[in-house]
Design a protein around this ligand. Structure first.
Ligand code: 5AD
Ligand code: SF4
Length: 431
C-alpha cells in the first residue's frame, strides 16, 4: 500500500477536491493517508490563491517538503495556485513532479505518471464527471452543485483559476446525496463558488432549475435531515429563496452572507451588484424570518479607494447585523484582477489599523452572542469523537458544541443544554 500526504488550504471546494483526488488515486492504486511527511510516497499540496501570502509561502514549503520527503517520493502542486501559476511552478521548483489545476482534478491518475505534467485548463468541464467515492467524514457529506464562477468581482482571482460557472445536473446531485445518506450522512453541505446562482448554465440539455427548487428537491430525500450550503451571494437572495430557507425544516439556520464592504460606492467598484441598503434589507429579512439564525460574513478592508468614511459604513453594517461569525481580510492585490490595476491603493498601515478595529469590535459582539447561549437547548448532530470521553457536533444554527459522550452518540441528533460558553464553542450536557 502506498502512502499519501495531502495538505489542503483554502475553501470547502478545495476540501472536496482533495477528497476527489484521494478517491481517484484509489481507483488505480491502494493509498493510505499519512500525517507524516517522510512516510509518504506521494505528497499533494492543494493550494489557494485568493490572497498573496499563501502563494508566497508555497515555494518555501516545497523546499522544506523536498528536504524531508523520502527518496523517490513525488510532489504534486494542485488547486488554485496550480491553475494560476502553471508551468511557472516547475520552472521555479523543478523538484515538483506535476501541476494539477483546480478544474482538472479528475486527471490526477494521468499526471502522476508523467514527469513535469501540467494540466491547468480552466475550460475543462468536470460538471458531469463521475468521481470515485471518498469521504473524510461519512456522517457529513460535501456535495458539489456547481463548478467555476461567472461573477467578475474586481478583487477576486477565482474566475481565473476555476473558470466559468457550470451547474451539475440535478439528477447527479440527487444521486450522490442519496448514496451519501445510505452510507450514514444525515447532513449534506452543498458547495459552489456562487451556490445560489445554481441553474445558470448546464453543459448538456437540462430543464431549468433554480437553487430554491434544488433545495426543495434535495429536502425530499428520505433519511437526509440537515442541509447546509456555501457560499451564497447576497445579490441572488431573492424573497423566494429566503422564504424557503426559513420555512424548510431540513435547511439549517446558518447562512453566509458575504458583505465585502459596507460602502455602496466601494461595492460598485468591487462589482458586487448590490448596495448597502440591499444587504441590510436581506439580513433583516433573514433575521425576521429565522430568529435563531447564525449569519456569517466576509469583509475586505483596505480595498483601493476605501476612505475612512467608507470604512465607517462597514462598521455600521457590523453594528446593524451583528454577524455571529466574521472572516476579515486585508485587501491583497491579485494578478488577473481589475482592482490590482486601480491607482488608489490604500496604505498598508491604514488597512492594518482598520482590520484591527473591525476585529476588536466584532470580538465584543461575539462575546455577547456566545454568552447569551448559556442555558439554551440546541439540537446537536454529533459527528466527531474527541479525546477524553468527549464528543463534538454542530447545532442546527452551526454552533460548535462539545459534550461528554461516547461512540453511541456519534451520528445522532440529540438535545443538548448549554452549560458553558466561550468565543469559539459551546459546552453542554446531553438531555
Ligand atoms: N484580497 C483579500 N481578500 C480577498 N477575498 C477574495 N479576494 C480577496 C483579495 N484579493 C476574500 C473575500 C472572499 C473570501 C473567500 O476571500 O472576502 O469572500
Ligand atoms: Fe482559494 Fe478561492 Fe480557490 Fe477556494 S476557490 S481555493 S478560496 S482561491
Amino acid at each position: 500500500m502506498k502512502k499519501l500526504f495531502i495538505e489542503t488550504l483554502g475553501c470547502a471546494m478545495n476540501m472536496r477536491d482533495s477528497e476527489h483526488m484521494i478517491a481517484e488515486l484509489n481507483r488505480e492504486d491502494d493509498y493510505e493517508l499519512t500525517q507524516t511527511l517522510n512516510d509518504a510516497d506521494l505528497i499533494l499540496i492543494n493550494t489557494c490563491s485568493v490572497r498573496e501570502k499563501p502563494v508566497a509561502k508555497l515555494f518555501s514549503e516545497i523546499g522544506v517538503f523536498n528536504k524531508k520527503k523520502k527518496k523517490g517520493a513525488k510532489i504534486g502542486v494542485c488547486g488554485c495556485t496550480a491553475s494560476h501559476l502553471g508551468k511557472e511552478i516547475i520552472r521555479r521548483a523543478p523538484t515538483v513532479d506535476f501541476v494539477l489545476g483546480a478544474r482538472n482534478v479528475s486527471k490526477i491518475n494521468s499526471v502522476i505518471k508523467t514527469k513535469h505534467a501540467v494540466e491547468i485548463s480552466t475550460d475543462y468541464d468536470e460538471s458531469s464527471y463521475d468521481f470515485a467515492e471518498y469521504r473524510t467524514n461519512p456522517l457529513k457529506a460535501m456535495i458539489n452543485i456547481s463548478i467555476g464562477c461567472d461573477k467578475q468581482c474586481t478583487f477576486c482571482i477565482v474566475p481565473a483559476t476555476r473558470g466559468e460557472e457550470i451547474s451539475i445536473p440535478k439528477g447527479l446531485i440527487i444521486q450522490e446525496i442519496t448514496k451519501a445518506v445510505k452510507t450514514g450522512a444525515k447532513e449534506v453541505i452543498l458547495l459552489g463558488q456562487n451556490v445560489n446562482h445554481y441553474g445558470r448554465r448546464f453543459s448538456g440539455e437540462e430543464a431549468p432549475c433554480s437553487f430554491t427548487e434544488l433545495l426543495q428537491k434535495v429536502s425530499k430525500i428520505d433519511g437526509l435531515e440537515r442541509i447546509r450550503f456555501t457560499s451564497p451571494h447576497p445579490l441572488h437572495m431573492d424573497d423566494a429563496f429566503l422564504e424557503e430557507f426559513a420555512s424548510n425544516p431540513k435547511i439549517c439556520k446558518q447562512i453566509h452572507v458575504p458583505l465585502q464592504s459596507g460602502s455602496t460606492e466601494l461595492l460598485h467598484r468591487m462589482r458586487r451588484g448590490y448596495t448597502k441598503e440591499w444587504f441590510l434589507n436581506r439580513c433583516a429579512k433573514i433575521r425576521s424570518l429565522s430568529p435563531a439564525v447564525t449569519i456569517s460574513t466576509d469583509i475586505i478592508v483596505g480595498f483601493p479607494g476605501e476612505s475612512d468614511a467608507d470604512f465607517q459604513e462597514t462598521m455600521e453594517v457590523l453594528e446593524a447585523v451583528r454577524f455571529e461569525q466574521l472572516f476579515s481580510f486585508k485587501y491583497s492585490p491579485r494578478p488577473h484582477t481589475v482592482a490590482a490595476k486601480y491607482e488608489d491603493q490604500v496604505d498598508a498601515t491604514v488597512a492594518s489599523d482598520r482590520l484591527t478595529r473591525l476585529q476588536a469590535r466584532h470580538t465584543e459582539i461575539l462575546d455577547e452572542v456566545m454568552d447569551a447561549q448559556l442555558d439554551s437547548v440546541h439540537k446537536v448532530y454529533f459527528d466527531e469523537l474527541k479525546p477524553n470521553g468527549r464528543i463534538a457536533g454542530r447545532s442546527d444554527n452551526g454552533k460548535l458544541v462539545f459534550a461528554e459522550g461516547s461512540e453511541s452518540l456519534l451520528g445522532k441528533i440529540v438535545s443538548v443544554k448549554i452549560t458553558k460558553t466561550s468565543r469559539g464553542a459551546l459546552d453542554g450536557v446531553v438531555l
